[in-house]
Design a protein around this ligand. Structure first.
Ligand code: 13P
Length: 261
């Protein structure tokens, strides 16, 4: 691999799952395996906020695994009951902030405007935003995927210039593909939309990831889609064994591709 070969991002959000004991055990097991590393892969782990500090303490400093928060507020402090600022999640060890997941857009008022504010706050604090975008089943069926997600990306990254802080990541997560009721996407389902996002963001973004029912069976196909720079996984990585299997598979795929190429 050449030094400027881009890393393939393989990460998971635990969403609203996991006790501190679970978090400690998972992170400890991951750290043990990270010693050998996954060449070409950038792992990232996004636990619930309660476990951020524990996971960060177990994984830092040398594991190479990035720890992220599932959300953060756009203000630095103040009377915002129940919220956490970017500065607070950074204090607990996060260097990545997930913003605008469809579950937050659907249930917690994360509009495009809110997403944009959170992106700016994250960059200002020196952390890396992971911006999630995705269209509904209805928009997908109507052929509006590109239109919907490029509008979400434009709004989220408005005014963000290349080289301003840590390059944001964009995760394309079609709503119809996420969660236990989601339908697994085929490469044909997503290739045009991923390509459109990549063209649209140009060098303002570090990488475009795909998320939504990614698992051991479809990982290789998804990572083979042009423009996909990694995956963002829920259920399939909610056990350490599941996450390690995905990391190993991705590393093997990458090694094969590099050897062949
Ligand atoms: P699933 O992999 O469980 O579909 O969740 C994907 C996701 O929403 C990651 O943020």
């Amino acid at each position: 691999m050449t030094v400027d070969e881009p890393l393939t991002w393989i990460g998971t959000s635990w969403k609203m799952n996991g006790s501190l004991a679970f978090a400690r055990a998972y992170a400890t097991g991951l750290r043990a395996r990270a010693a050998a590393g996954w060449p070409g892969i950038q792992p990232f782990l996004i636990p619930p906020a309660t476990a951020l500090a524990v996971v960060s303490e177990v994984l830092r400093p040398a594991s190479g695994i990035i720890v992220g928060a599932q959300n953060a507020h756009w203000e630095q402090r103040g009377a915002w009951t129940g919220e956490l600022s970017v500065e607070q999640v950074a204090d607990a060890g996060a260097t990545l902030v997930e913003i605008g997941h469809s579950e937050r857009r659907a249930w917690f008022g994360d509009t495009d405007e809110v997403v944009h504010r959170k992106v700016l706050a994250t960059l200002r604090a020196g952390l890396r935003p992971l911006v999630c975008v995705g269209e509904s089943a209805e928009d997908f069926a109507a052929g509006r995927s590109v239109e919907v997600v490029t509008a979400q990306v434009s709004s989220a990254l408005a005014g963000v210039a290349p080289g301003e802080g840590q390059a944001p990541l964009v995760a394309y997560e079609p709503i119809w593909a996420i969660g236990e009721h989601g339908r697994e996407a085929t490469p044909e389902d997503i290739v045009a939309t991923v390509g459109a996002i990549a063209d649209h963001v140009g060098d303002r973004v570090g990488s475009v990831l795909y998320g939504g029912s990614v698992n051991r069976e479809n990982l290789t196909d998804i990572l083979g889609v042009p423009g996909v720079g990694g995956v963002f996984v829920g259920r399939a990585a909610w056990t350490l064994t599941g996450y390690l299997a995905l990391l190993d598979l991705a590393a093997d795929q990458l090694a094969g591709r590099l050897n062949v190429g």
